[in-house]
Each structure stands twice: as C-alpha cells, then as structure tokens.
Design a protein around this ligand. Structure first.
Ligand SMILES: [Fe+2]
Ligand SMILES: [Fe+2]
Length: 292
C-alpha cells in the first residue's frame, strides 16, 4: 500500500536533469536472481521506443488542446518522457557492452512504435481519429506506468534483496515522475475523445500488447544473457514466484489495477501519492549528481 500524505496541488511539470553511472551495475542487479532482474529489464527495452512514440503523438496533439492548463501539463509530460527514454537507452548501451546484445529485440520494438503505431500519412478526419486512438492507447499505458511507479517507490523487498542502488534509483526516479504526471495522458484523452468505449478498447489492446511484449522480452533476455546462456527459460510464469516475493509486480495487483481503470469514475489521481513521488525526487542520487 502507498503512503498517503496530504497531496500537493498545482504542480508545474518539468523534466529533471539526471546523471547515472552504469559502470558498476551488474547484469543481474538483483543479486543471484537473473529471472527477476530480467523481468524488470524488459522495461529498458520497451521504454526508449515507447516513450519517444508518446512524445511524437503528444506533440501532434498539442495544437488540438483548448485548455491552457492541460497544454502546459502536456508540454511538461513531453519533456519528462524524452528524458526517461534517453536514460533507459543508457542502460541498454551498458547491457550491450556487458555482452547482452538487446538489439535484435529492440529493432522489433522500434518497428512496432515507428511502423505499426506511427504516423500513417493520413489527412483530415482520418488523421484526427488515428491521433485520438493513439492517445487512448497512451492513456491506458500510462495507467500502468503510474501503477508501476507507485509499486517501485514502495518495493522494499528490492532493498532487502540488495538490489543495485543505481538501477533502483533509475527505476524510482522514473517511477516517481510517472506518479507525478499520471493524470496527464488521461486528461488529454478525456479532452480529445473521452468515450467509455474507446477507453475499454484501448485497455484491452494495451493489455494484450504488454503481455505479449513482456513474455517475449523476458524469453529473449534469458536466452541472450551471456551468464545464464539459456539454462533457465524465460516467461511470465516466473511472476508466480517473483510477484509474491515483492521483487516484481504481481499478476493479482495488475489485475486489480485494470479493474479500477475500467470503472466509469476512474481517476488516475487515486493511484499512488504525489507527495511520496516528490519526496523521492528531492533526494534521488541521480538528480543530485546532475546538480553537481
Ligand atoms: Fe516515462
Ligand atoms: Fe509517463
């Protein structure tokens, strides 16, 4: 459960500068647990392409926004997501240098976001409805990034397991900004379309896309890992151990969060705590390193 403290209001979203030194971070950054490490490492392979796609779609949406406050939030969101994408790219370069070549998988992820979900060269109403559809998908995905952000901020089992502090800081800095801006994509979706049927459809598509990517991504990492060498087969069935152990999110928590999203009175602000996110951001080692 999240710590619920009085929530601050009227925050101006802005990208924070961060510096990470990956040189000492092991591939199995949860010591002795390649399975759990890679269940989370799948994120590093999805986020750079995914978040750059958010940025492109939201930039296209900006001229359609008729609310000054929302426009400001969307611009802040764009700045934060661009910084997240670049930071996860840094982890991927480090993985490649350690002999874990992620590029065969990330090329497929690039194709998904740039090809299948990219700009289709449409015009007029068709362009607008393709924009709305992609915004609805981003709102559903951002429900999960907010839920996962709240989870990682409270994942004390990772500290107890001796997880690498630089990796934890990346995940918690990112998670905290996800919690901080968790309302923006939903607000934009409600502003541009907001129909319940679009929300349902987007969640159904997002869940099937994320489950498939997570499953294939984990299998890929376990097979490509130079230490594991395919001796343990990857897959989401491992969540049955890692979830209850608190090392990864678990299926039941994710299922409950989907049911909340599908409620007609859903509000992203009921997921996680802005105060807790801001508290973490004020003390994040990577944010402090950037200030120095
Ligand atoms: Fe992000
Ligand atoms: Fe986000």
């Amino acid at each position: 459960m999240s710590v619920r403290i009085e929530e601050p209001d009227g925050i101006v979203l802005q990208a924070r500068d961060v510096r990470f030194d990956w040189s000492q971070v092991p591939l199995h950054w949860i010591p002795g647990d390649p399975v759990a490490s890679h269940l989370i490492n799948v994120l590093h392979m999805l986020l750079p392409a995914g978040e750059e796609w958010f940025v492109r779609v939201f930039k296209e949406a900006v001229p359609h926004i008729r609310d000054e406050r929302l426009r400001e939030d969307v611009l802040g969101f764009i700045g934060q997501e661009a910084m997240h994408a670049a930071s996860h790219d840094g982890v991927l370069e480090h993985f490649v240098a350690q002999g874990l070549d992620v590029r065969p998988f990330t090329r497929q992820v690039d194709f998904l976001f740039e090809g299948l979900l990219g700009d289709r060269g449409l015009t007029g109403d068709r362009r607008r409805s393709w924009l709305n559809e992609r915004v609805s998908l981003i709102a559903a995905i951002e429900h999960f990034t907010g839920v996962l952000g709240d989870w990682i901020l409270n994942a004390e089992a990772l500290d107890r397991a001796g997880a690498d502090p630089t990796m934890l800081d990346l995940l918690r800095w990112h998670g905290a900004e996800e919690v901080e801006h968790r309302h923006v994509a939903h607000d934009l979706f409600m502003h541009l379309d907001g129909t319940y049927s679009a929300r349902l459809r987007a969640m159904a598509e997002t869940v099937s896309m994320l489950v498939a990517l997570w499953q294939r991504g984990h299998r890929f990492l376990m097979a490509a890992d130079p230490i594991v060498q395919g001796r343990i087969k990857g897959g989401l069935r491992h969540l049955r151990r890692t979830g209850p152990a608190g090392l990864t999110p678990d299926g039941r928590m994710m299922g409950a969060s989907i049911r909340r999203y599908l409620r007609r009175d859903y509000s992203p602000l009921r997921e996680g705590s802005t105060a807790q996110a801001l508290e973490y951001l004020a003390s994040s080692p990577a944010a402090q390193a950037a200030l120095r």
